[in-house]
Each structure stands twice: as structure tokens, then as C-alpha cells.
Design a protein. Structure first.
Ligand code: NAP
Length: 254
């Protein structure tokens, strides 16, 4: 579908399951060589095996995005194997449901370390490689929980803070990286069917309340978000940078 993606090299973080896995598989279907990274290398290898069945090449790399050493190693292994990085999908994230008054400093730090500092570390390391070829695309996965025009979520204060940070960081990065040929955008999903929303699904009343606010009256599918990631990764979106694109079944329009 996107001819220009053929032969490109992408890193997807948090790709052992959920949306990251689907982004990795969808990119591979477009002819992209995908580095599948997450905390569990074994699970990443399973995704790479699936990619192999489509005839594309992949690479599994263990990487905790909150650890600079592991992020640097991720980039090094990508360059060793494929020689370049064209696309980074910053996707790894955690959502810990806990009342604001009970969140400990350690829990706050852990969420921000993975969801925000991890995005910074990966983006910076990848962008240093992208500048060498004067081209590249970074897609940062935030959420409708990004604040401002987004929605607030009780029991997710640290998560919301991290997702809002991604939007501000992306805008500033886009300004600095535009002259270097690198585009940076945000994808802000609403409620998407992945293991991350299992705790919400356990409370049918909460789920009902949330769905009442979504005009399309359903949870989104990871594939639907991947379609947007592919569009932003391809040259089809060549005039887009610094943007935050919402994909939420109409939630924020309500
Ligand atoms: P998911 O199924 O939980 O996938 C997230 C992946 O990231 C998991 O494999 C997780 O591994 C991994 N991860 C966690 N900490 C990591 C770290 N330090 N380093 C590397 N990988 C790490 O959730 P998802 O729904 O696909 O989420 C993907 C992204 O979309 C996240 O950024 C999330 O905030 C965002 N998002 C999700 C929704 C939704 O409704 N699902 C909505 C808006 C935004 P473990 O399983 O081992 O923790």
C-alpha cells in the first residue's frame, strides 16, 4: 500500500504484544525490516518468527527503554544488522491504575521513566543515526490522556502526566529535527483492545461509562491504530511534523 516503505528499517519498542506487535507486523507487510524490541527477547523472537513467515526480515532485541545502556545497544544492533534506521515507533508504555493520593514517588518515577524518559532516550539515539542520512520519521504513541484538548483519567495521574509530556516533547523535537530531515508526530489513541485495558474491562460499569462517551460505541482495534502509524511513517504524510493525531472513535469530539 505504501510503496516508499519498502526496504526501510524500523524499530518498534514494546512490541512483544499489544499494539506494538501489530505495528511491527503491519510494517513488515509493507516490506519494512523491523527490529522488534521489548523487555522479553523470547516474546520478541516469536514476533520476528511471524514476520519471517511473510518473507520479511526482522530482528529481536531485548531493550528496557528506561535504561540508556540498553537503548544504545538497541540502536547499535540495528545498525550492525540493517545499516540504518528510517523509522522509530516509540510505543513501549505502562499504565498503573492507582488513586492519586496513594501513588508513591517510586511509582511516579517508574511511569515517567518508561513512558517519557524512555521515549526521549530512544528518540535521541535513533535521531543521531537518522541525521547521518538526513531523513527519518519518529512516531510517538501518546494517548487521549494527554491533557489540554485530551481527557483526564482518574487513577492514572502519573500516566496522564507522561502522555502530556510526550506531546510537548514531540513539538519541540519536531522544530529542532525538521532542518535535519526528520519528522516527528504523535498518535493519540482512545481505548484500544490490548492487555493494557484489562483492568478497566474487569469493571463493566466503568467500561459502560467510558463507552457511553465514545460515539462509535466500541473499543478500537490495534490494526486501526497501525494504519495511522503506517501513514505517518510513510512519505504520504510528508508535510506533517509536530502534529498530534487523535484516533479515538470520536471520543474527544463529544
Ligand atoms: P501493552 O499490550 O501493555 O503493550 C505495551 C508493551 O510495552 C508491553 O509488551 C510491555 O511489556 C512493554 N513495556 C513495558 N515497559 C517497558 C520497558 N521499560 N521497556 C520496553 N518495553 C516495555 O499495551 P498497549 O495498549 O499495546 O500499549 C502500547 C502503547 O499505546 C503504550 O504507550 C500505551 O500507553 C499506549 N496507549 C494504549 C491505549 C489502550 O487503550 N490500549 C490507549 C492509548 C494509548 P510488559 O507487558 O512486560 O510490561
Amino acid at each position: 500500500m505504501y510503496e516508499d516503505l519498502k526496504g526501510k528499517v524500523a524499530i518498534v519498542t514494546g512490541a512483544r504484544r499489544g499494539m506494538g506487535k501489530v505495528h511491527a507486523l503491519k510494517l513488515a507487510q509493507e516490506g519494512v525490516k523491523v527490529v522488534v524490541s521489548d523487555i522479553s527477547e523470547e516474546d520478541c523472537q516469536k514476533v520476528v518468527d511471524e514476520i519471517g513467515k511473510t518473507g520479511e526480515e526482522g530482528l529481536a532485541v531485548k531493550c528496557d527503554v528506561s535504561k540508556k545502556k540498553e537503548v544504545d545497544e538497541l540502536v547499535k544492533k540495528t545498525i550492525e544488522k540493517f545499516g540504518k534506521i528510517d523509522i522509530l515507533v516509540n510505543n513501549a508504555g505502562i499504565a498503573q491504575f492507582k488513586p492519586f493520593l496513594e501513588i508513591t514517588e517510586e511509582e511516579w518515577n517508574r511511569t515517567l521513566d518508561i513512558n517519557l524518559r524512555g521515549y526521549f532516550l530512544c528518540a535521541q539515539a535513533a535521531a543521531k543515526e537518522m541525521t547521518k542520512q538526513k531523513s527519518g520519521v519518529i512516531v510517538n504513541i501518546a494517548s487521549v490522556a494527554m491533557g489540554q484538548q485530551g481527557v483526564g483519567f482518574p487513577n492514572l495521574v502519573h500516566y496522564c502526566a507522561s502522555k502530556g509530556g510526550i506531546v510537548g516533547m514531540t513539538e519541540a523535537m519536531a522544530l529542532e529535527l525538521a532542518p535535519l530531515g526528520i519528522r516527528v508526530n504523535v498518535v493519540a489513541p482512545g481505548m484500544i483492545e490490548t492487555p493494557m485495558i484489562d483492568p478497566i474491562k474487569q469493571d463493566p460499569k466503568a467500561m459502560e461509562g467510558l463507552m457511553a462517551r465514545v460515539p462509535l460505541k466500541r473499543v478500537g482495534k490495534p490494526e486501526e491504530v497501525s494504519n495511522l502509524v503506517l501513514f505517518l511513517a510513510s512519505d504520504t504524510s510528508s508535510y506533517m511534523t509536530g502534529a498530534a493525531v487523535v484516533i479515538d472513535g470520536g471520543w474527544l469530539a463529544g
